[in-house]
Design a protein around this ligand. Structure first.
Ligand code: GDP
Length: 389
């Protein structure tokens, strides 16, 4: 499906930059346009692929290009104030050609955390296309303010978008990795999963497996109904030369064996994708709707395998709304399954985030009250000294 990507804040900008690289690499065609919005000049300058004219600096009157310093209320305020600047950039993109907007932001910071929900609300008011969010949760060791920001942003963002796709940095970080290289790796994981899903809806329908190819409306229907979504992905490298030695030795019988093998492989990839590490770990059984996409060389995409995987997911979730289809890709030796779980509700990470955020909020209020008292007693001389004026 064709997307207008809008990266908000530093993480949002870097992720959309990486989406452009990935779309190019797989010849996906799912990025119709891309815009990056930030309050910090240096973050916008650091992007590699987003065209210069599509980089929008907001909040200059308040923060003069220096960012909002993890203050997401300020991030929301300057976005409200400068929404016209963002709209001017959107006016330059062919919005009639897009299937949806995707607003991407790190939820623990200031600009994206506060600004993305404001922009989503604005877009929903103006356009008929769905507005999706892609929110990145902070790692638990980033500290109370990031957790509090993320919990408040999550609450607001999920309300303002048609569906909030979530990636949890905490579930995907590796011990001993530097922050910089860590983010680069995380961003590749993000764009591969979400990129394959969105590219799936972009395959030409003159393809020889056209009947089973995923359509963008199937992605939209799976995401409709709102709530929170997560993605699982599993892949395997396969021998693409199926007409090799085995076929010539065993004749036509090997065709049946190969088919059976491809079917089993796909069914087990669907299970692995669902039960393995999700972008937002959760109980897959709590999903309301789902979409199974098989990707890889056309001759490896067993229709029966996808159907069995789809049925398995129906049993697993107890949902009747599990869709399935193919995303045939030539020139790759990877067969994979992408599983989109939408409307998930049993998400321990969100409960934990909210708990820690509440504690952080209480501690912050207590510390501020104490500081006020201590400052008052510092300057108080028991009424014996007069102030100058
Ligand atoms: P903003 O510029 O004020 O919106 O804030 P940032 O985007 O810099 O940071 C917000 C959160 O995003 C942080 O808490 C990090 O968890 C996360 N983050 C920052 N940069 C990246 C990145 O490149 N990739 C990922 N996955 N997360 C990031």
């Amino acid at each position: 499906m064709k997307l207008a990507l809008i990266g908000f804040g530093q993480a949002g900008g870097k992720v959309v930059d990486q989406f452009l690289t990935y779309d190019d690499a797989i010849d996906g065609g799912f990025v119709e346009s891309v815009i990056a919005v930030n309050t910090a000049t240096t973050d916008l300058q650091g992007l590699e692929n987003v065209p210069q004219k599509n980089r929008v600096l907001i909040g200059q009157a308040r923060v003069n290009g220096h960012g909002v310093g993890a203050d997401n209320e300020l991030g929301a305020e300057v976005t409200e104030a400068d929404i016209d600047e963002i709209q001017h950039a959107i006016d330059r993109i062919p919005t009639h050609e897009i299937d949806a907007f995707l607003v991407v932001a790190g939820m623990g910071g200031g600009t994206g955390s506060g600004g993305a929900p404001v922009l989503a609300k604005h877009l929903k008011r103006i356009y008929t296309q769905p507005v999706y969010g892609l929110g990145v949760l902070p790692a638990t060791d980033e500290g109370g303010i990031y957790t509090l920001n993320a919990a408040r942003s999550f609450r607001t963002f999920v309300r303002e978008v048609d569906n909030l796709l979530v990636f949890d940095n905490d579930a995907w970080r590796s011990a001993g990795e530097s922050v910089g290289s860590g983010y680069d790796r995380l961003n590749r994981e993000i764009v591969e999963r979400f990129g394959l899903l969105f590219a799936a809806g972009e395959v030409g329908h003159d393809d020889h497996v056209a009947e089973s190819v995923v359509d963008s409306s199937e992605i939209i229907n799976t995401l409709s109904g709102g709530g929170v979504s997560t993605i699982g992905y599993a892949s395997e490298t396969v021998e693409t030369d199926t007409g090799g030695l085995l076929d010539s030795l065993t004749g036509s019988a090997s065709g049946g064996l190969e088919d059976g093998h491809a079917t089993n492989r796909l069914t087990s990839l669907v299970r692995k994708a669902t039960l393995g590490r999700l972008t937002l770990p959760c109980d897959a059984g709590s999903a309301d709707r789902g979409l199974v996409v098989a990707t890889g060389p056309p001759d490896q995409l067993s229709r029966k395998g996808v159907e069995r995987g789809r049925q398995w997911l129906e049993d697993e979730t107890g949902s009747m709304e599990i869709r399935g289809g193919d995303y045939p890709r030539t020139g790759t030796d990877e067969v994979g399954a992408v599983v989109l779980l939408s409307g998930v509700t049993d998400v321990p990470r969100i409960d934990q985030l909210q708990q820690v955020a509440l504690e952080a909020q209480e501690t912050t209020e207590q510390v501020q009250a104490n500081a006020r008292d201590e400052f008052a007693s510092l300057v108080d001389t028991g009424g014996e000294l007069d102030a100058l004026f």
